[in-house]
Ligand binder design. Structure first.
Ligand code: GLU
Length: 448
């Protein structure tokens, strides 16, 4: 079969790229019923063309630390597909970043961006630079050195990077400042900018708010809701913080957060002001949360049961994995289900392992895969591009309303597509087919 042939090719061509192969395998599996019905995709070699990025740039980034020592990091930008619009996707600065992780993120981004209903293609980039423990000046110098190379490949109508793990408004500021000097022009070649110089309201909140809007749509279709419900959230970055903010706003009770060192369980619910103070102002670790709040229990990662993430051991109605890829194992999925979890919404990219995804689908709970559920972030990036292009600034209410409508549309599109293929609760199938059909048709229309 067509999908199997392509998967075999990817496995033998990229044996080391574990995460990339995982993302491709999930996608091809979900597309099988469509590919059986529609021979045109094979005729136009759409899968062969989609699994190879249009262009990949791999470069070194040389900068000097505060002691004057010269440091070298690796940088990537993978431009996957621009059938629907300029390449678009974040930059991840994290020591674990490698060619496989950046490629899986870029591949996912093609279909996620297609689902947003906006005209944006898919890309991703990053570096193995670790911003943790670096001074402000070191971060600025690194961002400037990174942009010295990246500026050649990006532009408002060409490729528009944004943030991801380790890249927030501060880093985007330094990247933008250097870009502006190098190209001698002020243009929206990056999103996630600060509000006074071209950023959009709601961009910071967008991924978290969007994930909760998506949860409400999934639950609403089953005549359920989040009010009064205990929710578990992993991570403590931008996605986690604004998932927690929106959960409180809709009357739910978020009880957990985590970072790479450990997790917090607060039975009274996570105090949002304290969390923001620790993470956004002090840029500290969540261990400090327990030092400031009596009801909070801190568990270090080394005390987690083998093969599990402690966050998923806390009984909850809904789980919001918002940290990173493969942070939720099959064992975690089984524990969540045994404890009565009815809803899993992925704020991070591909946080559930392939086996965990199968467990959720088998149990037929509300499962929102990342491609659909975390598209709110890039959707508001698309709205930022629209505001930059028209020189307009929209109010918080206007952008939030547009985000809400986009998340509703993504749910409707994914669930109607799943129903069309006689598997109505399977949003993995629905989201993948809906995103793919749009991109593939654009590719066919535009020729090869
Ligand atoms: N990094 C985010 C994502 O995974 C946002 C990308 C963007 O805004 O371009 O979708």
């Amino acid at each position: 079969m067509y999908a199997d042939r392509i998967l075999k090719h990817v496995e033998s061509a990229y044996p080391q790229q574990v995460e990339f192969r995982q993302a491709v395998a999930e996608m091809l599996h979900a597309l099988s019923p469509l590919l059986r019905k529609e021979p045109k995709y094979e005729k136009y070699a759409i899968l062969e063309r989609l699994v190879e990025p249009d262009r990949q740039v791999f470069f070194k980034v040389v900068w000097a630390d505060d002691k004057g020592k010269v440091q070298v990091n690796r940088g990537w930008r993978v431009q996957f597909n621009n059938a629907l619009g300029p390449y678009k996707g974040g930059l991840r600065f994290h020591p674990s970043a490698n060619a496989s992780i950046i490629k899986f993120l870029g591949f996912e981004q093609i279909f996620k961006n297609a689902l947003t209903t906006l005209n944006i293609g898919g890309a991703k980039g990053g570096s193995d630079f670790d911003p943790k423990g670096k001074s402000e000046a070191e971060i600025m110098r690194f961002c400037q050195a990174y942009m010295d190379e990246l500026h050649r490949y990006i532009g408002a109508l060409k490729d528009v990077p944004a943030g991801d793990i380790g890249v927030g408004a501060r880093e985007i500021g330094y990247l933008f400042g250097r870009y502006k000097k190098l190209v001698d022009g002020f243009e929206g070649a990056l999103t996630g900018k600060n509000l006074d110089w071209g950023g959009s309201l709601v961009r910071k909140e967008a991924t978290g708010y969007g994930a909760v809007y998506f949860a409400q749509e999934m639950l609403g279709a089953r005549k359920e809701g989040l009010e009064g419900k205990v929710c578990s959230v992993s991570g403590s970055g931008n996605v986690a913080i604004y998932t927690i903010e929106k959960l409180w706003q809709v009357g739910a009770i978020p009880v957990t957060v985590s970072d790479s060192k450990g997790m917090i369980y607060d039975k009274e619910g996570i105090n949002l002001d304290l969390l923001k103070e620790i993470k956004e102002v002090r840029k500290g670790r969540i261990e400090d949360y327990a030092k400031n709040k009596k009801s909070a229990i801190y568990t270090p990662t080394k005390d987690y049961k083998a093969g599990t993430n402690g966050v998923w051991g806390v009984p909850c109605f809904a789980a919001f994995p918002s940290a990173t890829q493969n942070e939720l194992s099959e064992l975690d999925a089984k524990t969540l289900l045994q404890n009565g979890c009815k809803c899993v919404v992925e704020g991070a990219n591909m946080p559930s392992t392939a086996e965990a995804v199968q467990a959720f689908l088998k149990a037929k709970i509300c499962y929102g895969p990342s491609k659909a559920a975390n598209a709110g972030g890039v959707a508001v990036s698309g709205l930022e591009m629209a505001q930059n292009a028209s020189l307009h600034t929209w109010s918080f209410e206007v952008v939030d309303q547009k985000l809400h409508t986009i998340m509703q549309d993504i749910f409707t599109n994914s669930s109607q597509t799943a129903a069309e293929f006689k598997d109505p609760t399977n949003l993995v199938l629905g989201a993948n087919i809906a995103g793919f059909r749009k991109v593939a048709q654009a590719m066919i229309d535009q020729g090869y």
